[in-house]
Design a protein around this ligand. Structure first.
Ligand code: 3AM
Length: 198
């Protein structure tokens, strides 16, 4: 979506996420290369590594009038959480539709940060869906139809990335494609990021 459209609609599609650093992305990229050569890989829509993230809370279309309060509350949520270690580890799937890489490390801290981000958005007036059990995942590929993702999750089983220190919380805008080209991906843009801890 262009900035002109943002101005016209006064709404932005947003989510809160933890972004892996370049080193973690490079390791995961190397692990994903053989997956993309597996039978059936071509029928999946693979996410671009520039947009790889662990979603903490999906906010949907947010009225821009809510943004100042949302920023303030997310900043406070970030300050309440101390930095914690995380690494990309293994993988899984949501049915036959979504293939993802998993996480290991201080998952309780990640979960707590997700809860705080969710609560911050709700208190800022964003109509949030009920907070479901948080499943840490980094989406690698999606399918429009149910497919057997076991070969892909199996290939990811042994993968364990190097840990890094999660030290910031990011608010990301998802610019949906307007080209009409089938399979085109949304473009993600970090709107703001706040450091964890004090
Ligand atoms: O990359 P992941 O899978 O973590 O799936 C969407 C993506 O998450 C998710 O928000 C992230 C950025 O688009 N998403 C999109 N629509 C959603 C919805 N209605 C949603 N999550 C929950 N409810």
């Amino acid at each position: 979506m262009s900035s002109q459209q943002h101005a016209a609609t006064g709404r932005q599609r947003l989510f809160v996420a933890v972004l892996p650093p370049a080193g973690a992305v490079a390791e995961l990229r190397a692990a994903v290369v053989p997956l993309r050569a597996l039978p059936g890989a071509r029928s999946l829509r693979w996410t671009g590594e520039a947009g790889w993230h662990f979603t903490l809370a999906f906010l949907g279309e947010v009225d821009e009038a809510l943004l100042p309060d949302l920023y303030a509350r997310l900043e406070r949520a970030a300050h309440r959480s101390e930095p914690f270690p995380l690494r990309v580890h293994g993988g899984g799937r949501f049915d036959g539709r979504v293939l993802w890489a998993g996480a290991a490390g201080a998952l309780d801290a990640l979960r707590l940060l997700a809860e705080r981000a969710h609560a911050a958005a709700r208190r800022a007036g964003v109509p949030m869906e009920e907070h479901r059990a948080y499943a840490p995942h980094l989406t690698l590929a999606r399918s429009r139809t149910d497919v057997d993702l076991h070969p892909f999750t199996g290939a990811l089983e042994g993968f364990g990335g190097t840990a890094w220190e999660v030290d910031s919380l990011s608010l990301v805008r998802s610019n949906l494609p307007v080209s009409g080209v089938p399979g085109e991906q949304p473009r993600y843009e970090v709107v703001r990021a706040w450091p964890l801890g004090r």
